[in-house]
Design a protein around this ligand. Structure first.
Ligand SMILES: CC/C=C\C/C=C\C/C=C\C/C=C\C/C=C\CCCC(=O)SCCNC(=O)CCNC(=O)[C@H](O)C(C)(C)COP(=O)(O)OP(=O)(O)OC[C@H]1O[C@@H](n2cnc3c(N)ncnc32)[C@H](O)[C@@H]1OP(=O)(O)O
Ligand code: FAD
Length: 671
């Protein structure tokens, strides 16, 4: 943890007040002491020589300078963490090296590296979609950065509806090549990270045509720039898409093909093949295995949501401890804003949620590895449930994380609006993750498809998979009895998910009986289906968070156990109070129960208050990674804000020329 000699006295006081062992909680979050040591080792390698520093503040650079600076730092960073990046050669290896690389990358890149997609999607797609021969050809080149690539699936006209993509890959048996073509403007590839200027290769998802027949979308390895001159190859039109809310150092691009030819071997053929004579051979036992990279990235994004939220609440809690405002008791000094109950209400849920998502992401990752292992043995039975689960968790974690990061900004008042606070960049990054890799609504509707089918299984008294086992109790005809214990609240969350799913099924059936088609009846019910999938995902998250905390703190010291338990209960109370209407509908909760719950919630905030700074210190986020004037470990907020203000290019001269050019003539009435 970075420490300077002078620490703000309020933070010193807060740290003295903390009643638990901060390092013990850090180990818990990291998944054990060895992991913490390994992470710190990588952080020291990556950060200690200051290579992440910018010549001038990135925010003062032009877009072109920003991009070039980001490429420069990518090369420095890549050479520093080369060995750790090599670990990414197996999808199973989502270990501490991966997470440490992810964390230290944020010291180098306030937005993103143009090579994000090299490791975020290019390498994972090679791993998941290639035959063994293709793997041995492409993987070493990609991992060794001999080729730089991205993943171009989305088009100007279609992102969500993959089956609607228009780019074609038509097999020509005469030359044993595929001909890639963009028939319309809406078929232009759009969005792929790094495509604008950085990459020379691209995995392109296109409609496969052979022998006059379309076989759906498949990925193709496509060289797009000359490996020597980096010029776009003939038949390729490529460029950058322009300024965005965030990801501005990520050169997202567009790409079009004019009858562009690639060898037959460049179709990634793990799940289907086109033989030399053009015969199409399907290998996969599950129709959606070509969507595998998306499933992988959705799992990664849950962990990313937790990490970014931890950063935002570290900034906001430390700042709230040093910020003093208003005088409710005239005889006393102004209180720290962290002492206001409303401030605690804004912030402590953010800490608890960061823990919840972190633990869920580890659990989800472990479940994913089980699914991958089964698929290696040819068994794809659990993929459908996993797709529903990961879709729901990705949707909720990215959306909640973005909302809570914004809440952290509110908690920092005016200074939170400064780029130098670090929060705007965090928000701009995370809010995009609600959309990319599957939009929030669209993914929850995928979860809902699974839930409706699971409900029908439960109705028919057929066996249920673990994440929906609670549906077996949905047919008792009685409201679930309210019980404010943690297990009782989780049962209530499951009851309201079950109630909402049941209501959806009833509505769809009613509408079909009234003459609507299945598609129309489903469409009319989608508002409720999204709500049901949200309720289900929240029940899974709450249950997983609670179970994992109980398991992980079984041997913890009493105070660590106590504070972790308080956060878990806070999470449950918070969401119960957010959903009082639903609880009244689907459980026996009374008005008095809800009044008691609100009171218990407020008392819990008071109990957590003395440990708040300790809790965010336990995330162990180095100042270099936080990039925040408000959130540094030493709390020298005002000094840092002033230092940053003086870096503004407008402060380089006492009077700006615009005064003489425009204002003075206006003042003198000469305009
Ligand atoms: C140096 C740096 C260091 C480290 C960096 C490393 C990591 C960094 C950290 C993280 C970030 C990494 C990258 C992030 C940055 C940018 C990434 C952004 C990239 C992108 O956005 S790529 C494009 C992604 N696009 C999408 O996600 C599109 C969303 N749409 C879909 O997924 C689908 O079209 C659909 C699911 C909405 C519908 O598909 P469909 O029409 O074909 O299917 P149906 O609705 O008809 O369903 C049929 C059937 O299939 C089931 N199904 C659907 N999908 C899947 C699946 N994936 N797996 C399994 N089953 C699936 C569905 O449930 C139906 O089943 P049923 O039984 O018939 O009901
Ligand atoms: C920063 C960023 C980086 C990206 N990087 C990449 C990349 O590297 N490679 C790549 O291929 N793509 C990339 N994308 C694209 C991204 O995957 C898509 O934008 C995303 O999947 C959403 O699809 P869309 O843009 O088509 O949205 P749309 O589907 O057009 O969504 C518009 C609205 O319609 C709604 N909607 C759409 N379909 C339905 C439905 N069936 N039912 C109900 N509502 C619906 C949505 O909920 C949304 O409200 C990136 C996007 C961003 C923002």
């Amino acid at each position: 943890m970075s420490q300077t000699t002078e620490v703000n006295p309020d933070l010193v006081m807060e740290r003295a007040k903390c009643n638990f062992n901060v390092l013990e909680v850090t180990h818990l979050i990291d998944g054990g002491e060895q992991n913490t040591l390994q992470r710190k080792k990588i952080e020291n390698i990556a950060l200690n020589d200051g290579a992440w520093k910018d010549p001038i503040g990135e925010e003062h650079m032009t877009p072109k300078e920003k991009y070039e600076n980001s490429v420069r730092k990518t090369c420095i960073y890549g050479s520093i963490v080369k060995n750790e990046l090599a670990e990414l050669s197996g999808m199973e290896s989502f270990g501490m090296n991966f997470l440490a690389v992810r964390r230290t990358a944020d010291a180098f890149f306030k937005e993103v590296t143009p090579l994000l997609q090299q490791f975020g999607q290019f390498v994972p797609t090679i791993l998941g979609q290639c035959t063994p021969e293709q793997l041995s050809c492409w993987l070493p080149k990609a991992l060794g950065l001999k080729i730089i690539g991205t993943y171009a699936q989305t088009e100007l006209g279609h992102g969500t509806f993959i089956r609607g993509l228009e780019t074609t890959a038509t097999y020509d048996p005469e030359t044993e090549e595929f001909v890639l073509h963009s028939p319309t403007l809406s078929s232009y590839k759009w969005w792929a990270g790094g495509l604008g200027k950085t990459v020379n290769y691209c995995i392109v998802v296109a409609q496969l045509y052979t022998k006059g027949e379309c076989h759906g979308t498949y990925p193709f390895m496509v060289p797009i720039r000359d490996e020597d001159t980096h010029m776009p190859l003939p038949g390729i039109k490529v460029g950058e898409i322009g300024p965005k809310m965030g990801y501005n150092t990520g050169d997202n691009g567009f790409l079009a093909f004019n009858n562009y030819r690639i060898p037959r071997e460049n179709m990634l053929m793990k799940h289907a093949q086109v033989l030399k004579d053009g015969t199409y051979v399907k290998v996969a036992r599950h129709g959606k295995l070509t969507y595998g990279t998306m499933v992988f990235v959705r799992v990664v994004l849950v962990s990313d949501a937790a990490f970014n939220l931890a950063k935002a609440c570290t900034i906001a809690v430390r700042y709230s401890a040093i910020r003093r405002q208003s005088r409710p008791r005239p005889e006393e000094p102004e209180p720290q804003v962290l002492d206001y109950a409303t401030q605690q209400h804004k912030l402590f849920i953010a800490i608890a949620t960061a823990h919840a998502f972190q633990l869920c992401s580890v659990w989800l990752w472990d479940s994913y590895n089980v699914v991958l292992a089964q698929m290696k043995d040819g068994n794809t039975d659990t993929l459908t449930e996993f797709h529903a689960l990961s879709s729901g968790m990705k949707a909720i974690s990215t959306s909640d994380s973005a909302q809570l990061i914004e809440q952290c900004r509110h908690a920092c008042g005016g200074h939170g609006y400064m780029i130098s606070s670090g929060i705007p960049n965090l928000y701009n990054y995370v809010t995009a993750t609600r959309t990319l890799e599957g939009d929030y609504t669209v993914l929850l509707l995928q979860t809902a498809r699974f839930l409706v089918k699971a409900y029908e299984q439960a109705e028919a008294k057929k066996p249920l998979t673990p994440s929906v086992a609670y549906l077996a109790h949905a047919f008792s005809g009685r409201k679930t009895t309210w019980d404010s214990s943690p297990d009782g609240i989780i049962r209530s969350f499951q009851a309201l998910a079950a109630g909402k799913i049941a209501a959806c099924v009833r509505n769809i059936r009613k509408r079909m009986q009234a003459g609507l088609s299945q598609v129309d009846a489903w469409e009319m019910s989608t508002i409720q289906l999204v709500a049901a999938a949200e309720a289900h995902s929240r029940a899974v998250i709450a249950d997983t968070y609670r179970r994992e905390i109980v398991r992980l703190t079984a041997n913890s010291s009493p105070n660590v156990k106590a504070v972790m338990e308080q956060l878990t209960i806070l999470y449950l109370y918070y969401w119960a109070l957010e959903r009082t209407g639903d609880l009244l509908m689907y459980t026996s909760v009374s008005e008095k129960d809800l009044v008691d719950l609100q009171e218990a919630y407020e008392e819990l905030l008071l109990k957590i208050r003395p440990n708040a700074v300790g809790l965010v210190d336990a995330f162990d986020l180095r100042d270099e990674i936080l990039h925040s004037t408000l959130g540094s470990y030493d709390g020298r907020v005002y000094e840092r804000l002033m230092e940053e203000a003086l870096k503004s290019p407008l402060n380089k001269e006492p009077v700006n020329q615009a005064h003489f050019k425009y204002l003075k003539p206006l003042i003198q009435g000469k305009l």
